[in-house]
Write a protein that binds this ligand. Structure first.
Ligand code: 0PR
Length: 386
């Protein structure tokens, strides 16, 4: 660090110039990300609440109340207004917190967690941190977890089962009702990772799409990850962890006796925690309501079908599977998808690449013109390569 700092204007100038290297959501370049441009109202509120710290409830009692209310609103969206939980840094922290609770509730100190092979890598981190072992279960032909295989993997050492409502690679929804039955029958903790799907699936029935049950309506579901900073239109960081009831959450609670408000209890991994995130989510849920979010989902899904149809009409590439949510997996028989992704990137289009496919996430910031120019680029690249 230099002894003397630079003037504000110079710092800003430098910064703005350097940040130009970053991709932006508005430009239509970001096509593979599960995050999106936050709604302007949320950005405004977030920036005015930067000093609020949920780690010190005595200082920010109003923010604490707003977080609680927002969690209840989310709980009601997920069929349980009595759910409790917190806004955390993201889906990773939410998944870790869920398995932390499952582990603490196990009197027998069981340590195996059955996860779909499609589970996000945050579960590897959770297992590593918590001293748990992941038992991975292969998918069925529809890319969902094979529930017969889940049953076969259950032993006296099984602690929990994980189901995914919106897989990272393809946006697939596991058969959560079946997983719930299995969990109830074997008295196992069931965690649902709806980091992506939690703000999408609740609107499917009303929109006339396939109704996929995944939430607290299913009696076996103990906890749900649902991330406002993905399809919830919230600024980063905003992950969400919801528990079916207080008792589950209490298993990870720690008493903090010395803060300004007196004795408090904390049930999150981190201490100092963004109040701005929670307040921004409260504002989003209150402002958009079901109607607003439903419209967002409809727009994304309409665009998803358009993209999917166009891919189906191309010869050299095809869909991995019909999209369930606003995530499209594109594969090719003749072309290496890594080369395809690299060529797209050279044209300024950022997609995610999995071993056998490219992922396009049709997020709220993606517009029809973006999809059209992506398709044009894709066609040109395919012509150039083959
Ligand atoms: N669960 C699922 C199903 C996820 O897809 C993800 C992340 C997580 C949990 C973890 O969430 P956090 O990243 O909030 O901790 N899914 C995205 C992915 O891996 C994360 C992401 C988002 C990556 C935007 C890049 C990006 O630009 O693709």
């Amino acid at each position: 660090m230099n002894e003397k700092g630079l003037p504000k204007t110079l710092v800003l100038q430098q910064l703005m110039s350097r940040l130009r290297e970053d991709f932006t959501y508005d430009s239509g370049q970001i096509l593979g990300s599960m995050c999106t441009k936050p709604l302007e109202l949320a950005t405004q509120i977030y920036t005015t609440c930067l000093e609020k710290n949920l780690g010190d409830p005595g200082l920010f009692p109003a923010t604490v109340k707003l977080e609680k209310e927002a969690i209840q609103l989310l709980g009601s969206l997920l069929s349980n207004p009595n759910a409790c939980g917190h806004f955390v840094s993201g889906g990773t922290e939410a998944n870790i917190t869920a398995l932390w609770a499952a582990r603490n509730l196990s009197k027998e100190k069981r340590n195996e967690v059955i996860v779909p092979a499609s589970a996000h890598y945050s579960f590897d981190k959770a297992a590593n941190l918590l001293g748990l072992e992941l038992i991975r279960v292969k998918p069925n032909e529809r890319f969902q977890v094979d529930t017969a295989a889940v049953k076969r993997e259950i032993t006296s050492n099984t602690l929990a089962i994980v189901g995914i409502a919106g897989t990272t690679d393809l946006g697939i929804v596991d058969p959560i009702p079946e997983l719930s039955e299995i969990a109830v029958a074997h008295e196992l903790f069931l965690h649902v990772d709806a980091a992506f799907g939690g703000f999408v699936l609740p609107f499917f029935k009303e929109l006339g799409y396939a109704n996929l049950d995944f939430d607290f309506k299913l009696s076996g579901v103990c906890s749900i990850t649902v991330d406002p900073h993905k399809m919830g239109l919230a600024p980063i960081p905003a992950g969400g962890i919801l528990f079916r009831n207080e008792e589950i959450m209490k298993s990870v609670s720690v008493e903090v006796p010395y803060l300004a408000g007196g004795n408090t209890v904390q049930s999150t991994i981190i201490g100092t925690r963004s109040g701005a995130s929670a307040v921004a989510v409260w504002a989003l849920l209150t402002h958009l309501g079901r109607e607003g979010y439903r419209a967002v989902v409809k727009r994304c899904m309409d665009l998803t079908w358009k993209l999917a149809e166009a891919i189906e009409n191309m010869e050299e590439v095809s869909l991995v599977t019909k999209p369930v949510m606003n995530i499209v997996g594109i594969k090719s028989n003749g072309i290496d998808v890594h080369l395809l992704a690299q060529k797209l990137r050279e044209r300024g289009r950022a997609v995610s690449v999995f071993p056998n496919h490219i992922r396009v996430a049709v997020m709220p910031h993606v517009r029809l013109v973006h999809v059209q120019s992506f398709l044009k680029d894709l066609k040109n690249i395919v012509k150039e390569i083959t």
